[in-house]
Ligand binder design. Sequence first.
Ligand code: ADP
Ligand code: MG
Length: 227
Amino acid sequence: MTDLAIAAQDVGRVYPSDSGDVHALRDVSFAVERGRFVALRGRSGSGKTTLLNCVGGLDKPSSGRIWIQGMDIATLDEAERTRWRRENIGFVFQQMGLLPSFSAYENLDLMARLGGLPRSERRDRILESLEMVDLLDYYDHRPYEMSGGQQQRIAIARGLVAEPDLILADEPTSELDSETTHKIMAVLNNFVSKKGTSILLSSHDPIVDEYVDRVITLVDGQIADGS
Ligand code: ADP
Ligand code: MG
């Protein structure tokens, strides 16, 4: 069993375009140990989303390799990868929106089931997760009955609910004011220390730096420091 949650070696991702290839990532190498909370910082267009997509197996690097808990998920076929991802990774990604006809509770319940959480633990875990983001009172609200910031906190709770070994979060505090950002970052920091989860989270907000073990800075698709 490796003690690395993530290992990336010389990862490149090129998007072909008419005006020349876009090198979204170039020779990105870094490792995240288990139980660590790491922030990926960089301005818009620096490659944060591309890197998180590659780490989570939603996109494939054009070159290089990535191991999650010792497993190179590029070696799995599509069905195996989807299953592995559900059971091992919690995602807090904008493009994975909440289901609009489901209440907050039901949105978390769906993820708890997909993540393989035993039935006997689901209810407690869902309520605990809603409590963590301070939205227990909203358990029966649907997404459209909540503000953008509240929806984002529900999406964070959904990423934690199945207690995955690794959580990947793409700008999870973008809709939150700074006071709420502090609160949520403290919750995530506490979650990492209590459960031994690893979190890789992208942001361009300097507030996050206070709560993480390490900051990796991306500039134009390359690691500037922190690897
Ligand atoms: P960030 O998340 O840090 O804002 P992205 O990973 O979204 O950065 O983008 C990195 C670079 O890759 C940018 O130059 C962006 O325009 C380009 N890019 C991202 N996705 C695509 C795509 N699907 N097709 C072409 N170019 C893309
Ligand atoms: Mg992005």
